[in-house]
Design a protein. Sequence first.
Length: 518
Amino acid sequence: MDTIALEVTNSNQYLLYATLFMMPILLHAFSRCKANNSLHLPPGPRAWPIIGNILDLDGEKTHTCLANLAEIYGPLISLRLGSKLIVVASSPATAREILKTHDQALSGRLTLRISNVIPGVKSSMIVLSAECNQRWRFLRSTARTELFSCRALESHSKLRAEKVQNMLDFLGLKGGVVVAIVDVLYATIVNILTNTMMSKDIINLKDNVGELRKFSRSLVELAVPSMADIFPLVGALDFQAKRKARDYKERNEALWADTVSERRGKQDCGTSGADFLDVLIQQSFDDFRSHGIKSQYITCKNAHSLGIIHVQELFVTSDSVSTTLGWAMSELTKNQNAMLKLRDEITNAIGGTGLLSESQLAKLPYLQACIKETLRLHPPSPFLVPHCAVQSCKVMDYDIPKNSLVVVNAYAIGRDHKTWEDPLSFKPERFLGKNLDLKGTHYELLPFGAGRRNCIGYPLALKQIQLVLASLVHAFDWFLPSGMDPETLDMSDEFRVPMRRASPLLLILEKRNDLRIV
Ligand code: HEM
């Protein structure tokens, strides 16, 4: 009897504690619900209390789930996860409203838990900057001037040629064996970027790239909004994420700290060169001093943390470039007619010289069309990078309250049958003779985003993709292992950033031509 009484008392106590614990969350959710009831929100599936629409989304296939919901509710929908309102645009017209008409109001980023674990990350990463503030402008303009302006791209063209030549020489020795081609592409793109930024290779083409890529992906995992960012309770209990963030921070410093301190030393003796890292260190130090944020800087254990975080932010993008190249090679292998047509175009441009230069490539329409078609079907960031409403606004007569998370589903837009004929087929011809570019002025094709938060690395990414793809297609014949029929190549994707093949692309090559990149 006593035991039963005790159990009842205990369970009542638990209930009381649980209710007290949940009360603020329930009240918060209730007050949000009431406030939102008076708003004219975009349509969407009915949300459950507390969990919202979590059951409408399949984590593994969120991109296709949202495309299906757009078919039912229209091109602008709203969903709720916890107390967060999420607005999703899935047509060129709604994307234009978000990225152009309301560009300023919707230009924020969600403040993520990563900012609490890694000090300084918010103020030193362009992509995570919660607002388009002075610091964000400074970082963007430094990177643009030093890395992505026409002058900067031109001054690094020899370096890109050298790295692509190294790749061709390396692959030339691999005739007849099975190659995990995306790994070789990843190492090549990483070395192009680290040479551009800090004049050094950080990986050998022979090395296993798995660890480096895993580490780089761990930053992306921490930097994309997750359930823990949206449900504060999940975030508070997510000890694994906290450990991951700390591991990441330590490994990040270990990767770049020596390079940065060595460079600081050289700068102090006046013997350094003038690459991006030099400029970044110099300008960052001046900038931190002039903005009086030195104290925050010093609280980072490693004196060079902020510079390192910024370097790392740009470095992780190599994954998107090599993944895009992997998709292009998959599509061309599967669609042999396109492969042959592209090869003919490149061969005609080169003539009998055996020399290939970047300047020849921008003028090749079929090459440009193959790249656009690859990015239409396989945008590495299927939802761009989610935006956040820094102020309330109205989109197509619907209310978008301040702090809503705003997502443009570039994946769904690229595959929409209302915009594209036969949308799931790889047909580069659809772009020939059309004035459709990738700069973010055509809202049916948005792999690099648009507006003030668009991708700053776009000009470099495009140059790398053009040069590497043209070289691979011209220099080698490509086959699937075990005599597999190319048409049967599985093109399933995995919903991750970057959105990648579900199974690795394994190819066998045979050398066709000696090619020199100049
Ligand atoms: C195929 C390659 C790439 C793709 C598809 C891509 C795509 C994107 C997208 C979709 C965004 C977000 C746009 C938005 O929020 O509306 C973005 C942002 C960004 N990208 Fe890229 N990117 C690529 C390569 C690069 C490269 C090579 C760099 C630099 C080395 C780079 C640096 C950045 C930065 C710093 C941002 C943040 C911009 C901001 O928040 O203001 N990206 N990129």
